[in-house]
Design a binder for this molecule. Structure first.
Ligand code: AMP
Length: 280
């Protein structure tokens, strides 16, 4: 695996590969890698000739500075995992390399409704920062495909919108959420859970599964409410438990029995904010 720190060098290298007709797959990450990230690398391998990943803890997407400061960094282990997974190229830029213009006053993306609901509402500016960094990365790497995890369902929709409005040529591929044996969605933040919350954390996915099982056409507020009550009783602090149209993310209070749905959760487990979702 070749590691690049500078835009000039990686651009030059990838350009020559792309000139030879190699198809490239890109997996952007913030590091602290786990099997969820590695599953994206493996999927990229089956679809592309060259697999590129990036590790960059993007300061502009953290609405909570404490969360940024505490974001786990395990760079040596990450490099080892990527190498073992057969990643060909790693981009490891500094903040200065990615944001020579400074962190504030970035470009504003028109995200419409997607920025008003769920994590858009609870994490002001978060998706603007995500779009800003991913647009930069895509303009450096020019991949044929970008692989994203369904774990970040709203982020997938936001990035699809950004790619479309910025007329980028990259095709987005969404890969399934990898889970621990007990059902907890893998996340870089899981290592920050206390032992007590780590033991209880599978309840989040169990609540999403209960919503899927119990939902019936008509009013659906009670199934959401039951999930919130279970989580609060176990000591979690939910930002939201919602059911939305899986295509548009429109939040639903009633269900026609036909529309494809996604149940989404954002829950504080102590100081750690966890998200998960289930499509059905
Ligand atoms: P992150 O490093 O958290 O920014 O995530 C980088 C990419 O990995 C994003 O596309 C995430 O959606 C994806 N990802 C994170 N966790 C998982 C998981 N448990 N399963 C599959 N993909 C994931």
């Amino acid at each position: 695996m070749i590691v690049f720190k500078y835009i000039h060098d990686i651009s030059h290298y990838l350009h020559s590969l792309q000139q030879q007709g190699k198809k490239t797959g890109f997996v952007p990450t913030m590091g602290a890698l786990h099997q969820g990230h590695i599953s994206l690398i493996e999927s990229a391998h089956t679809k592309c000739d060259i697999v590129i990943s990036s590790i960059f803890v993007n300061p502009t997407q953290f609405n909570d500075p404490g969360d940024f400061d505490k974001y786990p960094i395990t760079i040596e282990k990450d490099i080892d995992m990527l190498e073992k997974a057969g990643c060909d190229v790693l981009f490891l830029p500094s903040v200065k390399e990615m944001y020579p213009e400074g962190l504030t006053d970035g470009k504003q993306y028109e995200l419409g409704y997607l920025e008003l609901v769920l994590d858009g509402a609870y994490r002001p500016g978060h998706f603007q920062g995500v779009c800003r960094v991913v647009e930069k990365l895509l303009r450096i790497v020019h991949p044929d495909k970008m692989l994203l995890g369904q774990k970040d369902y709203q982020q997938c929709m936001v990035l699809a919108k950004m790619v479309e409005t910025e007329r980028l040529k990259t095709i987005i591929i969404i890969c399934p959420t990898k889970r621990e044996a007990d059902g907890l969605a893998m996340s870089s933040r899981n290592v920050r859970l206390t032992n007590a919350f780590r033991t209880k954390a599978p309840l989040i996915y169990q609540c999403l599964q209960s919503i899927k099982k119990e939902i019936k056409p008509g009013d659906i507020s009670h199934v959401k409410q039951q999930a919130i009550e279970k989580l609060v009783a176990a000591g979690f602090k939910p930002d939201y438990i919602e059911v939305a149209n899986a295509q548009t993310l429109e939040l639903l209070h009633t269900w026609d029995g036909k529309t494809a749905l996604v149940a989404l959760a954002a829950v504080f487990a102590g100081e750690v904010r966890l998200i998960d979702n289930l499509v059905f």
